[in-house]
Design a protein around this ligand. Structure first.
Ligand SMILES: Cc1ncc(COP(=O)(O)O)c(C=O)c1O
Length: 492
């Protein structure tokens, strides 16, 4: 007569023809039953022999599954009573519902995370509203990038890899790259620094986050250009700082207005070479006024020089850092515009006495930058390709800008004001009596990427308009794209 099996009946089933191994099926069957609350702590389970018999399979996969469940603490082995479900498992498991409905899970997520994280703009919304086509902002002339040359340097670098290459790198970044950046900055941007003051980061965004963590405490006030770079605003507010919007006029950030509004600010973020988004170049008098304010109030100037290399009228304007005599400026540079954004490499130039604290923060939050891409970039700069590339792209972008200006003037006449076209890869156009959001949404449906100006203002937007990127828009695409744009504005 067949003996009744000892222990509880199996709550699992196996299929010998399933792609998953029998061991995995037995293991997962128990694992799920325990987590779903169908098996409770202290309950006896079938012996391996009995279960194998019950399931009609060999004993080996059952033995292996039991060993795994014992090792992970789901099963317990008791002398005299065989194997039981671990008695130390929390009772709550049994009471949990099997599934959690979607909306409830979202609400629970909100409860479990920090409050401040819910103030961050949605990355999904950003990527949904961002396309690849005419006027997309932050896109470079991808077709003009010397891809084969870059790939050749990548291949050469990968051949040079040694076992040491796999270790953590210098938290400051590769010395060779920092030396080349220091040389380049000195010549092209008038930045006064040596390699020991340069910290390689993954773009301006990380540079700004690190700067905020090192220089500012929660509750500190920071002046920001108004309108300004929304991505920077999130970094400040997430770090607990109070952002004080300071108006931008034809000379850049209005320092007097800032002093009047918030004299006790600890820092200011500026884009003096090409104000984002209006494109103004900060005048010499404002630069000196700002430096003077920073010196006499013991404040910091954070200079975001994201696209100052591409200046079309005259020589590139010297950086604010180059004028600083009191080590009040932290300078941020990026390769997102001059090379390509997916490289995710940028740098900070910090006053000498701050290097140690910046390094401590960098080390605490992400140890060191990835070594491989830094080495490729060091070669690219060192072999002269970088300077050649900038020179070539400056001519290409200048032509795109000229054709864009011509087309805007032809199709819009005096109905629009055009701003900030002397430098960089975007310009702004200001229009009256329109809703930039509405037009932008309609344009996106036609693969036309008009970035609305109004979100660059903190609350009420006194101006409506668009930021038009021309980095990836060819001269051939311009006339049709501007015509489409004109039609959209007319139709609203
Ligand atoms: C004002 C400003 N700063 C910096 C950047 C570059 O950011 P990142 O270096 O993080 O790519 C951009 C890109 O569009 C920008 O508009």
């Amino acid at each position: 007569m067949k003996r009744p099996p000892s222990g509880i009946a199996p709550v699992i089933k196996v299929r010998p023809d399933a792609p998953t191994s029998l061991f995995r099926q037995v293991y997962e069957g128990y694992h799920k039953a325990i987590l779903d609350g169908n098996l409770r702590g202290g309950q006896r389970v079938l012996s391996t022999r009995a279960l194998a018999q019950e399931l009609g399979i060999s004993r080996m996969p059952v033995l292996n599954a039991y060993a795994q469940l014992l090792a992970e603490g789901y099963f317990e082995s008791r002398v005299g009573s065989g194997t039981i479900i671990s008695s130390s498992l929390p009772e709550r498991i049994a009471k949990q519902p099997r599934t959690i409905s979607r909306p409830k899970r979202a609400r629970q997520g909100q409860k479990r995370t920090s409050k401040r994280c819910w103030n961050l703009p949605s990355a999904q919304d950003f990527f949904r509203s961002r396309g690849f086509g005419p006027f997309a902002v932050s896109q470079i002339g991808f077709d003009n990038f010397p891809q084969r040359l870059w790939n050749r340097l990548v291949t050469r670098q990968s051949r040079n890899t040694t076992v040491r290459s796999f270790d953590y790198g210098d938290p400051m970044g590769l010395l060779e790259l920092r030396e080349r950046i220091a040389e380049h900055l000195h010549i092209s941007r008038g930045v006064k620094c040596d390699a020991q003051q340069i910290i390689i980061v993954s773009g301006s965004q990380q540079a700004l986050d690190l700067t905020t963590r090192v220089l500012l405490d929660p509750g500190d006030h920071v002046w920001m250009e108004h309108p300004g770079y929304t991505f920077a605003r999130s970094v400040f507010t997430h770090n607990g700082c109070c952002v004080v919007p300071v108006k931008v006029d034809a000379e850049g950030l209005n320092v007097e207005a800032g002093i009047k509004k918030c004299p006790k600010a600890r820092a200011v973020l500026v884009t003096p070479s090409h104000q984002y988004p209006l494109g103004v170049t900060m005048s010499a008098s404002r630069r000196l006024q700002l430096l003077d304010w920073a010196e006499s109030n013991d404040c910091w100037i954070i200079e975001d020089d994201y696209d100052g290399e591409y200046r079309y009228e005259g020589m590139p304007v010297t950086s604010l850092q180059g004028l600083d005599k009191t080590s009040s400026v932290v300078y941020i540079g990026t390769f997102s515009k001059v090379l390509f954004p997916s490289l995710r490499l940028g740098y900070l130039v910090v006053p000498e006495d701050l290097v140690e604290r910046f390094l401590a923060a960098r080390f605490a939050f992400d140890i060191c930058p990835p070594t491989f891409s830094q080495a490729v970039l060091a070669d690219f700069i060192g072999e002269g390709h970088f300077v050649r590339h900038i020179r070539r792209m400056r001519a290409i972008y200048a032509e795109r800008r000229d054709v864009l200006l011509e087309n805007i003037r032809e199709h819009f006449g005096t109905a629009v004001e055009i701003a900030g076209y002397e430098t960089g890869m975007h310009l702004s156009i200001l229009l009256r009596e329109i809703s930039d959001h509405e037009i932008s949404a309609r344009a996106a449906r036609q693969n036309l990427w008009l970035s609305p100006l109004s979100p660059s203002y903190m609350k009420h937007a006194p101006r409506q308009g668009f930021i038009l990127g021309f980095g990836s828009t060819s001269v051939q695409q311009m006339p049709a794209a501007i015509r489409k744009f004109r039609e959209l504005v007319r139709s609203v």
